[in-house]
Each structure stands twice: as structure tokens, then as C-alpha cells.
Write a protein that binds this ligand. Sequence first.
Ligand code: PLP
Length: 391
Amino acid sequence: MTTLEKLEAVFFKLKEDPSFWQEYTRIMSTYSCRPTPLTFSQNLTKHFGGAKIYIKREDLNHTGAHKANNVMGQGLLVKRMGKPRVIAETGAGQHGVATATMAAKFGFECTIYMGEVDMERQSPNVFWMQQLGAEVVPVKDGTRTLKDAINESLRDWVTNMDTTHYVLGTACGPHPFPTMVAYFQSIIGQEAREQILKAENKLPDVICACVGGGSNALGIFQGFLEDEAVELVGVEAGGEGIKTGRHAARLTGDLGRPGVAQGYKTYFLQNEEGQMVETHSVAAGLDYIGVSPILADLYEKKRVKFTYATDEEVVEAMKLAMKKEGVIPALESAHAFVEAFKRAPEMSRDQIIIINQSGRGDKDIFTVADALKDKMWQEFIKHKAAIYESY
Ligand SMILES: *Cc1c(COP(=O)(O)O)cnc(C)c1O
């Protein structure tokens, strides 16, 4: 509690200081690519013949996703706190790479906790974290994946709180993390609102965003929360289908119920006894048992609607986005594309949908090539796993 209370005090003080947000936007425009463009997707719009489709391009951030917004913001906070070391958990490795990048830029020592299973699956990201100067610590507890890496990070943090800041990767975990991460990500919605008003002179009808922990969705939604006419839609990982039980749909499935774990209360995927169940998604970034408590609240208040997309639908949407528009959405982001593609043909030509493209998809080459049954790459993946094993 002491660690969290100290962090809370610093964060809320800086939030009131206009020079802090100025410093944040300055570094995001000179080191990352902000403001990211809002691209009118002419070809996809024509293809579906309904609503105008716009894409908010978070994929153009440095390190390839909206995660940069959060880590750079927390990095500035660490600088103001005067701590020399940062730690983070990572599942797919994207947050780990973003944190290691931020630590290199600001000159912090950096340790990344990652489940052993994830290290094998995401070995290229492990390589880059190490090249960026981070120490990557394999976590051997439990299922050896993301939730175990979070537990290990929390353990490190409570032991080394005087020197260390824990850069949590999404809008989950104990207060003030959800509020703090949502605050830094709100830059997405602020920009998108200005951009769409400039381009169309009116607000969008629908905004679609994928929901893992919930940070990119909250990021864009926050720009439009007060605009009741704007429908906000969060898209969860439907995995192999809700009925199979192999998914990560906390709010739209039948396994998500309120519970308390990892320092916060929200809808967790759990069995009758309240034990966490295993999750599945083709998109590693959405493969998590909890969801932002802020989104859970907006769900209960019915301000944000939730739905899901299956792995199969996601790969098809990604293919279409690549072929028709020349954008390569991350598998996570492609969940939002699925929902937009379902809605666009049903809407009129003067209506507008914004898709939040949370990240770029070239990181997903192995998964996508496997899903597309590309023989050469499937062989390559098998060999890669065997080589990794032998080291
Ligand atoms: C990590 C990640 C996500 C999921 O995280 P949220 O906190 O739900 O945004 C989504 N898209 C991409 C590209 C990611 O890297």
C-alpha cells in the first residue's frame, strides 16, 4: 500500500501541472509519431458501400503500437520521482520492448519479467529487449505466462520500491494504475476527436477498438465519452468461439464474473470455484483473464458496448485490410476491424466509423503465416522452436 500511495500522490500532483502534459506531448511528437494520422480508408469504404471508414493509426508509433504512449508517460513520471530503475511484465513482448526502449532513452536500469512459455513463443522480442539493454527474467511459476509475470513483477516492486518503478502495461492492476494508464492513452481520443471534426465537420457514429487489458480502447473512447450519440464498441477476443470455452471474452462470454485478483476488482474469467481459467486468443495481446475496471464500469453503465471476434474472423479481416488498403493491422487491432466490417455495410454513406488500429501486424508474421497455412514459414517456425529448445 505504501508504494501505491506514494505513486498516487506523485501522479495526481503532476496531473495538475500543465507543464507535465506539455513535456509529455513534446516527447511524443519528437521521439514517437504524434499526432498519429487519422486515415480515411477510401478503398474499404468503397468495398463495403456503407459508412465512411476512418483508421486511427496507432501502428505508426515508435515500437509499433499505442504502448509507447503509456511507457513514455510513465518514464517521465519516473524521471520526476528520481528513481533509477524500472521493471515491467510482458506477455507477447510488445510492452517489454516498449519499456526497454523507454529505459534506454531515459537512462534507467531495466528488468523485464516474462513467462518461460512466452519467451519461446516470442523469441524475437526477447532478442530486441536484450539488445536495448534490458535484463529479461524467465518466470517459471504457474502456467509460465503473462499473469505469472505480473505476480513476479509485483514481488520485485514491493522488495525494491525505493529505487524501482513498476511500469504496468495496461489499464489494469491496483489504483492508480488504471487511471494513470488511461490518462496517458487519452491522447489518442483527444487527437481523434480534433481530427475527425476537421475532416468531416462532425463526430463519428461508431468507434471500434479491441480490448485486451483495455488501454487502447479507453484511450480513444475518452475523447468521446460525453458525446452520447457516439457509439463506443469494445471488441474482445472470441478465440475459437464462446461455446468452446477457448477465448478471452470477459464481458461478452459466459465465464466472466466480478472477482478480486492482482490487486484489483473487475470481471475475471473464472470457474465455479472462482479459480482463474486458461484463456486463448490468436492475438497474444488480448489473451488475458482480466479487463480494465474502468471499462467494466462503463460496461455496467451501458456507455460502452462489448462484442467479440473469433480467431477465424480476425485473420480474414486482416487479409482484407492488407489487400484493400495496404495497412497491416496487428492481430489484436484486427478484432476492431472485424466489427467495423460487420457494421459498415448496414450503415448509410453519410455515417462514419473510426477503427482504432492499436498496432502494426508485421510482428505477427509467424502466427499469421501459420493461420494462412504457408508451408515454408510453418517449417521455419518448427525449426525455430527446436533451436530455441536446444539452447
Ligand atoms: C498490447 C496490445 C493490445 C492490448 O492491450 P490493451 O491494453 O487492451 O490496449 C492491443 N493491440 C496491440 C497492438 C497491442 O500491442
